[in-house]
Design a protein around this ligand. Structure first.
Ligand code: ADP
Ligand code: MG
Length: 321
């Protein structure tokens, strides 16, 4: 049986890149970070609980990926560049096959994102994974939820709703064909945080949020914190490739309120459309304009011809659903 310290050493302690922003990593009482001059630290925590955020039989390497991905997505939504993360793990047992798969998935994304594991805590208990990420963003350039202005365009990256479709397949709410599952499942299991896009949008976008609980609910946070409303063209919202083949009603519901998309929703002045498109090209991430922020409070949904729609939507809330 592995001791706690052997476990950390074998699966989580790795040499750091010399000359980086990490002055001290795993092994002491604290890690030490050295953010670049003129930068603010951006910090965010997300917890993943078995049975709530993932199925007990989930692919373990994907779980390692997703645990970090959902945290990097928060940095992306602030326009912050990833620096480091900590990992608090509660594990039922020191299962080496599990640890190898989990740390493999975790470090593949960490390396790809330039984000080093610098510390954490390990304890025996029910499976629970809590990651805190640290990023940096130039002073006064963070993309805050409160910064949207009336007249701003509303944009989303990528496509929405395929993660929710895959969840419906897993829960047997729907029977999906093989192609649909092949297209949709990676969106649920291995979301790609939009870090490059968030950074490219610094100084261009006003407000941003990552779409984790469903577009309407998350856009609602921008509306609330900015003190304004929004009108969204429901048919302009890009649905994922598998969801596109579903009936219109489901397509709308899952793309507007599905959850687990980890795309960015952001606002920018209409005068910055070319700059937004250039940032999207630089980040190799497609973006779509889906509506406008306006001074009338509340969210208005309309179809392509401008006709108002009333849809029964609620975004995902852990205490009500
Ligand atoms: P302390 O008791 O001082 O908090 P620990 O004995 O818990 O320290 O941890 C020893 C070192 O290992 C610390 O640097 C801590 O950050 C690191 N560590 C513990 N668990 C993990 C983990 N799951 N991943 C990465 N580092 C970890
Ligand atoms: Mg400790």
């Amino acid at each position: 049986m592995l001791s706690e310290f052997e476990l950390i050493d074998r699966y989580f302690n790795r040499p750091l890149q010399p000359g980086g922003r990490i002055a001290l990593g795993i092994g002491d009482d604290c890690a030490l970070l050295a953010p670049s001059p003129g930068m603010q630290l951006a910090i965010s925590t997300d917890m993943l609980v078995e049975g709530r955020h993932f199925f007990p039989d989930v692919d373990v390497a994907s779980l390692g990926h997703k645990s970090l991905a959902v945290n990097l997505s928060d940095l992306a939504a602030m326009g912050a560049k990833p620096l480091a993360f900590t990992l608090a793990l509660s594990l039922p047992s020191a299962d080496e096959a599990w640890l190898a798969a989990f740390s493999g998935g975790l470090f593949a994304l960490a390396d790809q994102s330039g984000c080093a594991l610098v510390g954490g805590d390990t304890t025996q208990g029910p499976l629970n994974i809590c990651i805190t990420v640290f990023g940096e963003v130039p002073l006064a350039q963070a993309l805050r939820r409160s910064a949207a202005r009336a007249g701003d365009d509303i944009w989303v990256s990528g496509a929405l709703g395929d993660a929710r479709l895959a969840l419906a397949g897993h829960r047997n709410e729907l029977t999906l064909d093989e192609l649909s599952m092949q297209q949709a499942e990676p969106r649920l299991l291995r979301p790609a945080p939009r870090v490059s896009l968030g950074i490219a949008l610094r100084g261009i976008a006003h407000a941003a949020i990552d779409v984790s609980d469903g577009l309407c609910g998350d856009l609602g946070h921008i509306m609330e914190q900015s003190g304004i409303g929004a009108t969204v063209d429901v048919d302009a919202v890009p649905a994922g490739p598998a969801l596109q083949r579903q009936p219109a009603d489901r397509r709308r519901k899952f793309s507007l309120a599905g959850g687990d998309d980890y795309e960015l929703c952001f606002t920018a002045p209409a005068s910055a459309r070319n700059e937004v498109q250039a940032a999207a090209r630089a980040a190799a991430t497609p973006v779509t304009r889906i509506g406008v922020m306006d001074s009338t409070p509340g969210l208005r949904l309309q179809d392509a011809s401008g006709r108002p729609l009333t849809l029964d939507l609620h975004s995902f809330d852990h205490f009500t659903s």
